[in-house]
Design a protein around this ligand. Sequence first.
Ligand code: ZN
Ligand code: ZN
Length: 305
Amino acid sequence: MLEPKRRQDGDRVILPLNPQSKCPCGSGKAAIGCCVTERGFRKPPEVTSPPPPVTGIGQPGCYAASTLNCGGGLSREHYLSKALLEYLNMNGDLKVGGMPWLDAGALRPVAPNALAARVLCRRHNEALSRLDSIAVKFFRALGHIEHTRPQKRTCFLRCGHDLERWLLKLLCGVTASMDMIGDASVDSSLPGSWPSILFGTSDFDSMQGLYMCIEKGYSSTKPGGVCIQPITGRGRITGMGCWFDGFEVVLSMYGLRDRRLDGRGFAYRPLEIYELGEDYERSVFFSWDGPADLGTISLTPKRAS
Ligand SMILES: [Zn+2]
Ligand SMILES: [Zn+2]
């Protein structure tokens, strides 16, 4: 077993990191001039509001029209960028469920070209363009392929709110395109607060946001597979689920008050996913500005204790 370098002191996690070494956020800069603050690491969220000035235009057909900051006319775009879809689908096993063109409950493999719709104006779409590359970074950090090589220690820092907004982008895209198609079984009206949160004019409420299943191993896909599916409850769309490499990540816009979903335990905005294998150690840290459960989701194999 590899000797762990990371220590835990109460709810603090201590890493033997040289401030001059590269920042775990992946910027390539020294940690001291990047995400290190007096109170620990902080990775600020990506800007998702369109550049000033505000246009005052509400483009019909753009789901963010209520923010009166549209421009450039409607554009047909992927809810997920093509590059991200291709990354997620690198094994050809990306599955998507609950989408407008699927039967209820169906889960099907999807081609990268399928997830496109005319639901945003060009200006709003461009404002979100960075989120997809951030999502690719997130999946790379969680993925087993690159980071569990023998004698390898890895540490990643990601802004949790970027991941939340990426899932919210998906959620809004799916909800808005369902609205176009008019599925009568689900209330597909888009709450006005969602575009405001997505485009950074307001924040997530105290229960809204990212939840992560604390029971590693639950997966509706085979190892390596990816599944993306809107979550519905009481006849309305409540969030977006993403299953990847045994991880279950859920964006809930109504909150999981008891931290449970379908009988499984969840943590609201965890601080860290930590894994100590036979000969590797890795930490994926999330930076949060708002309320959060924090804590570590430990994937340490049972026999290690
Ligand atoms: Zn950094
Ligand atoms: Zn717009």
